[in-house]
Design a protein around this ligand. Structure first.
Ligand code: SF4
Length: 251
């Protein structure tokens, strides 16, 4: 017994005690801040090197739903664009993912857009089915990490399940390829109503670097109500966790 206690003590506390305030490395690329003084010339320069057209040439805003978080724009304009380590960047509207020059406000969910039945039914327990629709296994790995001993998202009764019949919602990763379109619809239709849709990662939100590819079929994304957008390339487990907690009204 003494031996086991000694081992436990040497391991220390593994779980993240407060998932809301857990600090992350300064190197993490989260919410960007663009200087309000950025010139048209500077905007054109960074927009030209952005690999995913995430920078609007007219306004200089950065769309986190497209951004690959490669930081090339920040390397080019370190005085004008920087990426904070703020990981609470999930939103429930597509527009909220667009960061404008001079904007340094935290990204939060619009309470008025959260469907009433979502909190009423799922606040105590939420089961999710994950569908990798042409994903590269990066966001999928981060989603798996949400349930590990560190993040332990299961402490709120939130976990991934193997069957859509047992799920309350769907989490989609990947840009949604033509080959996965039918499977995605079959999975979604198998989930009992009401059900939620969460898009995890840049590829799922906008198509990412594959946006123009003829191999994609984004009809499902375009035609269904999305409850939560979780940006990141890949997402951080804390971004997903905090987004879902906000959606469900968990403090
Ligand atoms: S960090 Fe985002 S906005 Fe900046 S160049 Fe890369 S993809 Fe474009």
């Amino acid at each position: 017994m003494l031996k086991e206690i000694t081992i436990l003590r040497s391991h220390g506390r593994q779980y993240v005690k407060n998932l809301r305030t857990q600090p992350v490395s300064d190197l993490f690329r989260g919410r960007p801040i663009i200087s309000g003084n950025i010139s048209d010339e500077d905007i054109n320069g960074v927009a030209a090197i952005c690999p995913v057209n995430a920078i609007d040439k007219k306004s200089g805003s950065i769309d986190m739903g497209r951004c690959a978080f490669c930081k090339e724009c920040s390397f080019m304009q370190p005085e004008r664009i920087r990426f904070t380590n703020d990981y609470r960047i999930a939103a429930n509207s597509r527009e909220a993912l667009i960061i404008h020059p001079g904007d340094d406000n935290p990204v939060r969910l619009d309470e008025a857009k959260i469907r009433r039945e979502v909190r009423k039914l799922f606040k105590g327990a939420l089961k999710l089915r994950e569908v990798s629709a042409g994903g590269d296994n990066s966001c999928e790995m981060e989603l798996t990490a949400t349930g590990n001993v560190n993040f332990d998202f299961g402490r709120f009764g939130i976990e991934f399940v193997a069957s859509p019949r047992h799920a309350d919602g769907i989490v989609i990763t990947g840009p949604v390829t033509e080959n996965m379109e039918e499977a995605l619809n079959i999975c979604y239709n198998a989930i009992p109503t009401p059900k939620i849709i969460i898009l995890a990662g840049t590829d799922a939100i906008s198509g990412g670097i594959f946006e123009e590819s003829p191999a994609l079929n984004r009809k499902f994304i375009n035609e269904n109500h999305i409850d939560l957008y979780v940006p990141g390339n890949p997402i951080h487990p804390l971004t997903f966790i905090n987004g879902v907690m906000d959606l469900l009204g968990i403090k």
